[in-house]
Ligand binder design. Sequence first.
Ligand SMILES: Nc1nc2c(ncn2[C@@H]2O[C@H](COP(=O)(O)OP(=O)(O)OP(=O)(O)O)[C@@H](O)[C@H]2O)c(=O)[nH]1
Ligand SMILES: [Mg+2]
Length: 652
Amino acid sequence: MNDRVDDSKLGPAARWAQLSARRLDWAFEAYDLFMKALSEETRNRFATGGDNGEAYVVVFGRTQVGKTTLLLDLMGVSPQEAGRVSDVLRGGRASGESATATAMEYRRSADDRWHISWDGELAFDKDADMASALSALRLRMSAGKLKVDRPIVVWIPANSFSEEGRSGPRVRMLDLPGDNPKDKTEQQHVTAMAEKYVPNADLILLVGRADDLSFLNPDALTLPRIQDWRVIPERFRIVTTFSFTPHSLQHAVKTETGELDAEFFRRRLRSEIETFGSKLPEELVPSRLLYPLEFGKSWSNQAHAASNLFERVDPVVRKLKQQLHADIEEAATAYARLRSAIQVHITADEIKSIRLKEWDDEIAHICGKIAQIDAERAHGEKRLNDCEIAQQKIEDVEDQAIFAELEARVTAFRTDALESPGTVEPRRDAIALCISHFSRRLQDRAKQFEPASEGQASGRFWQALRPDEEIDSSRYREAIHAEFSSLKSRLDGYSLDRYLPWMPGSNFDEDKTLLRDSMNRAVLAISQHIGQHWKKVADKRIATLRNAQRLAMEKVEMARRDLEEVGRRASRLASSMQHEQTRRQAFSDQMDRDREMGERFKAYLNDAYLHAVRDRRQSARAQGASPDALLLLLSAAQLRFERSKIFQLDQT
Ligand SMILES: Nc1nc2c(ncn2[C@@H]2O[C@H](COP(=O)(O)OP(=O)(O)OP(=O)(O)O)[C@@H](O)[C@H]2O)c(=O)[nH]1
Ligand SMILES: [Mg+2]
């Protein structure tokens, strides 16, 4: 900075005014140099204003929380006209639905007409025509036919503004659509607009309803620049709408006997934020950055309500609004940009320790869940293993083989049991005795019948027969008896014991044949009986086994599915752990960079200051003993004062 230009022609007052006006040049030059030295990514974290460096404010928040209403109020739209103006700006959207479709910049019209500038400029006399134009714009946007890469400028008719509103802040105000849009196109648009306009904004108004403070939760603020609000709180203001209508607030007001001032409501807001979200220490986010506000008809209607709530609270609301006006004007100055740059490193360390602690708690929480899930997984693995062993223990049944072997054994039984009567004395008793002996033998054989022998493949299948599976042997006697009944009744009819075979009409041969046939039939009946019985038992056993197999398989499947589910949960947890750790690291690195950047900025400032002071002193020396030299020395002292003012901020 060279003050040796020919300023001697200036009078002392003009010269002093000139030097005074330049008292911060060194700081702004340092700021510019510092900005130029930053990477683009880092530079984006600082306010640089609009395209031409002009200051602007951006509102950000969920849909339908009152962003547009707030902006209109800040611009000075009169409360009586606010409803009409927002109806037009809704572009035909029903109340309650997301209203602002794209980034809009509002300005006061020089006349009483609406104007809109997009592809060209259009003007409308009637509200309805303007609303239709906005509605058409929204439709084109939703259909993806409108690529919006800069805000649409809307001039609001001058007659909508109140007298006092005409002196509103001369700042560009950008209205962004809600950050929870209804479809993908809107989502991409909001993200793109926020990415584009939030970074360089001088002030970002984070707007949310007082009865839903979750908009401040770190998880809710997903856009990177918005997440910065805890890092550079000076660039943000937290504005809550609907702040004075909740019953809890009204109750608190009623029971408060002391004076109701802005501080009272700010304190309340802070404690509510801390109740529903994370800590918000005063030293990091000073109360002056919090704005509990209320707008709209339902609030102004309270003026007529019987309670004196409105009378007590409205002056505070008005005061807060005035403060926000002043705040916005102040924030949009180069000095404020300087200050917010300095703030970065002051807050970085503290934010780092607070956020890292929160992160560590979250990570510890996830670790706890991982340990829990590991135990669950071990239990699940054991269960699966047990089920598989149980399943393997249930042998596989080959029913064909079992039935074939059973059939073969029954056939062998029949073959073995078949006898011929042999030589029988021609006597009735001898035949009866033969029947009785044969019957006993057949019964004994039948009792000894086993469906499989040890060596057979089906041996294991038949193991451990239960008593209820055994044949009721009394049934054999009855079956055998039935086969001999006709022969027996013939024998019972004879009066003589002895047959006289040589006598014509003797029945001996016939009875002998009958005896043989009955014996054969008895064998057949018993073998059928045996076969049917064991077939039935085998059927049951096979069904039971199959059932057990199915159940075991189901158990294995269930255990496997449960284990897979545990696995999925475990991998979700592992990836969220990884994600948190990565974010934590990135955040920590960012904070370190911020701090380091702040230090660098201080160094830039100091260099620039020393340079400027030296420059003025040298200029003073070069002037010799002259009034200008004195003014230059005084201005060097002024620089020292400004420097300590700037660095004092450093210590607050
Ligand atoms: N009672 C009350 N109503 C409010 C307040 N702020 C806004 N409203 C009403 O809330 C509704 C939504 O307001 P907007 O300003 O359109 O909300 P927005 O956040 O711009 O909505 P989008 O453009 O959809 O994102 C309107 O009917 C407003 O009148 C408030 O503080 N109190
Ligand atoms: Mg809106």
